[in-house]
Design a protein around this ligand. Structure first.
Ligand code: ADP
Ligand code: MG
Length: 310
């Protein structure tokens, strides 16, 4: 395509809410055949909500689950878990953390302060709250601290994940005490976007740090067959490289700080405009409105600009 055509293409993109870093980006879309999609914040809204709190003492006593905030004697153990976990998560920017902190403030009021806060990307958080050494995160985080998951909580976790929810564990002073269940929602336009990407000849792949059961549920909901789950943030780059070494030309769509390196590694990086600055800076294209259908629009626009299709 002529320089003029490329400029017209980028201008047309801007009108559609597709910000293209430079005219040369359009050329790089020509041979893309695979589109890797981050889950949280890209395929899903990333606006998580706390839907359940399971306290080990209640489950062992035969109490069962129940909604967060319910009254009665079981409420006390749950409130304790929510208070300590909420205090810790208040210091984290992760969507799961924000859902937990928000619910904790709403249910227990002002949260205690945190000392020695640490974020372990892709795993969770740790810190000292009210003199207790608290951990909130996935099972691998507990493994790192040589803590074992009681069978009752393992069962509750499996049940939550089977329904497509994300379960994070709460431990303090060497014991796993409970489970917080958060739910995210697929964006209403994600399924249509996947259909459009397929129609353009692109193979969609879901890439996430979340567990395989949750990833599978979300993938099924939007019509993705290929799923790579439980990928640590630093391993997302390797996942892109692995596809490239199979000879695939890879576009990646992401939103998080943890996606930035993978977006840069991809042949074409597309950031959700609703996402982090790190993702936007690492990408070739920004999808201003955060609608996944814009990824298909971007590919279509490039192709028409390049004269591949009319
Ligand atoms: P994604 O790739 O879907 O955006 P991440 O790589 O950020 O997800 O996180 C992977 C998993 O690590 C989460 O599903 C969660 O189980 C755990 N995790 C990460 N950060 C936190 C946190 N602040 N609190 C609790 N769990 C966390
Ligand atoms: Mg994300």
């Amino acid at each position: 395509a002529t320089p003029t055509a490329l400029l017209v293409g980028t201008g047309r993109g801007a009108q559609l809410g597709i910000l293209i870093k430079g005219p040369e980006v359009l050329e790089s879309t020509r041979t893309v055949d695979t589109v890797v999609l981050d889950k949280t914040g890209t395929v899903t809204t990333g606006r998580m909500a706390l839907v359940d709190v399971v306290a080990l003492v209640d489950v062992v006593a035969g109490g069962g689950g129940g909604a967060a905030g319910s009254a009665g004697p079981e409420g006390a153990a749950r409130a304790g878990i929510l208070r300590l976990a909420g205090a810790l998560e208040h210091a984290s920017e992760h969507p799961i953390a924000q859902a937990i902190a928000r619910a904790a403030v709403a249910e227990t009021g002002e949260l205690p302060g945190v000392e020695s806060f640490q974020s372990i990307p892709g795993k969770g958080v740790s810190g000292v709250v009210d003199g207790r050494a608290v951990l909130v995160g996935r099972e691998e985080l507990l493994d790192d601290w040589a803590l074992t998951l009681p069978i009752e909580l393992a069962d509750a976790k499996t049940a939550a994940e089977a329904s497509g929810r994300t379960a994070v564990l709460v431990a303090w002073d060497g014991e796993v005490r409970g489970l917080l269940v958060v739910a995210d929602q697929v964006k209403p336009t994600s399924r249509a976007a996947i259909t459009q990407l397929r129609a353009l000849g692109l193979a969609p792949v879901l890439l996430t740090g979340d567990n395989a059961a949750v990833a599978r549920t979300i993938a099924d909901e939007v019509g993705i067959t290929q799923v790579t789950a439980e990928v640590l943030p630093q391993d997302k780059v390797a996942a892109i490289k692995a596809l490239q070494s199979e000879g695939r030309v890879v576009a990646m769509v992401g939103d998080g700080v943890n996606d930035a390196a993978a977006l840069a590694q991809a042949d074409l990086g597309l950031a959700m405009g609703t996402g982090t600055d790190a993702a936007i800076e690492a990408s070739d294209i920004t999808l201003v409105g955060g609608d996944l259908r814009s990824a298909a629009d971007a590919i279509r626009l490039s192709r028409s600009t390049l004269g591949t299709i009319k």
